[in-house]
Ligand binder design. Structure first.
Ligand code: NAP
Ligand code: G4F
Length: 324
């Protein structure tokens, strides 16, 4: 019998990569989607005949339980969240509801419907925030710097708590930034790749950014979904850092993206330190140590930083050309 997986956040960046990966492993895949006046199907359009959608909302306990009763999954991947750090200062309560308390709603639903379901929680390197150790690993102390980071710390600990309280197979994947052509346009990498594509095609002449000095450990989302799956295939539930072990500044990302389209005097297009994009508290420097995942899961990243930047810029050039 094919295994069944339910993915929340199927319409986001990671959901479709995970669905593709699970389909390639022979899974029956269900996506949990909330009702929107205009359905967000951009990232899942190509999967419409391969996956099944069930409706529900992270805020609605009954709908989560209904989705589990209807689909009877072996594995649940909880990817849904308010995931944009910048918005979390403008909507801190909603971020707490979606990103923190909803993890408890999901875990309660699993506990009440079927404790044998294996549960993956999408935790984040944002939990390390003002880092207390470099590189960051599973044992590094959390010091979140945004309402989003605080919410993710709650999500992490409630997952550990359900594992320890009810002996549930619940794991927390502490993933560092991962990007792709499917990334939301407001995140810095996609904002850069899209603007560079438009500038190269003569559709725009400027790019407004905030802090160019912060550093992130950027990997490719397509590589990271395999790690999520591997975590649920182990004999024991545990938490893992997933990263590349290398970091780069926003400035480096900008410079490389412009270089790909043959522009070296990129400074004349970029307006940095725009107040709209400067955060009340910044996370300056993230870099992950994924040695536990390498040793126990046999996982390692496949896509390099230059390959990632090139993939994103080229994909945006193709997308923008279609609008011309
Ligand atoms: P994303 O693109 O922002 O996708 C978020 C998903 O959550 C969307 O499908 C969205 O659906 C859904 N969602 C939001 N509120 C919902 C609600 N009330 N009910 C049901 N669904 C709701 O996020 P991502 O980049 O794929 O990341 C996946 C997860 O990993 C998130 O939890 C994120 O916080 C975490 N994470 C991401 C990274 C990263 O670098 N990408 C790193 C560490 C952790 P709609 O289409 O309806 O809006
Ligand atoms: O792309 P970002 O918005 O991602 P951030 O804040 O690192 O969060 C992402 O990664 C987390 C994992 O660590 C996830 F949990 C989270 O859900 C999300 O996927 O910003 C990256 C950096 C920041 O330092 C920000 O200040 O880029 C800087 N930045 C500079 N100018 C900008 C901009 N960020 C955005 N979004 N827009 C700008 O114009």
């Amino acid at each position: 019998m094919a295994k069944k997986a339910l993915i929340t956040g199927i319409t986001g960046q990671d959901g479709p990569y995970l669905a593709e990966f699970l389909l390639s492993k022979g899974y029956e895949v269900f996506g949990f989607v909330r009702r929107l006046s205009t359905p967000n199907i951009t990232n899942i359009h190509h999967l419409k005949n391969k996956i099944q959608l069930v409706s529900g909302d992270l805020l609605d306990q009954g709908s989560i339980m209904g989705a589990l009763l209807e689909t009877k999954p072996d594995e649940v991947y909880n990817l849904a969240a308010q995931s944009f750090v910048e918005s979390s200062w403008k909507q801190p309560v909603l971020t707490g509801e979606f990103t923190a308390l909803s993890v408890t709603r999901m875990l309660e639903a699993v506990r009440l419907v079927d404790r044998n379901i294996r549960f993956y929680q999408a935790s984040s390197s944002e939990m390390f925030g003002k880092v207390t150790e470099t590189p960051q690993k599973e044992t590094t102390r959390f010091y979140p710097r945004s309402p989003y980071g605080v919410a993710k710390v709650y999500g992490h600990y409630i997952t550990v708590n359900y594992r320890e309280s009810y002996n549930m197979f619940a794991v927390s994947g502490i993933l560092f930034n991962h990007e792709s052509p499917r990334r939301g346009i407001e995140f810095v990498t996609r904002k850069i790749s899209n603007s560079v594509a438009r500038i190269s095609l003569g559709l725009s002449d400027s790019l407004e950014l905030g802090n160019l000095d912060s550093k992130r450990d950027w990997g490719f989302a397509g590589d990271y979904v395999e790690a999520m799956w591997l975590m649920l295939q182990q004999d024991h539930a545990d938490d893992y850092v997933i990263a590349t072990g290398e970091n780069h500044s926003v400035r480096e990302f900008v410079e490389l993206a412009f270089k790909i389209v043959g522009i070296t005097d990129w400074e004349k297009y970029v307006r940095a330190n725009h107040p709209k994009h400067l955060r009340p508290a910044e996370v300056d420097n993230l870099i992950g140590d994924y040695s536990k995942a390498r040793e126990k899961l046999g996982w390692q990243p496949k896509t390099s930083f230059p390959e990632l930047v090139e993939m994103m810029v080229k994909a945006d050039i193709e997308k923008e050309k279609k609008t011309m």
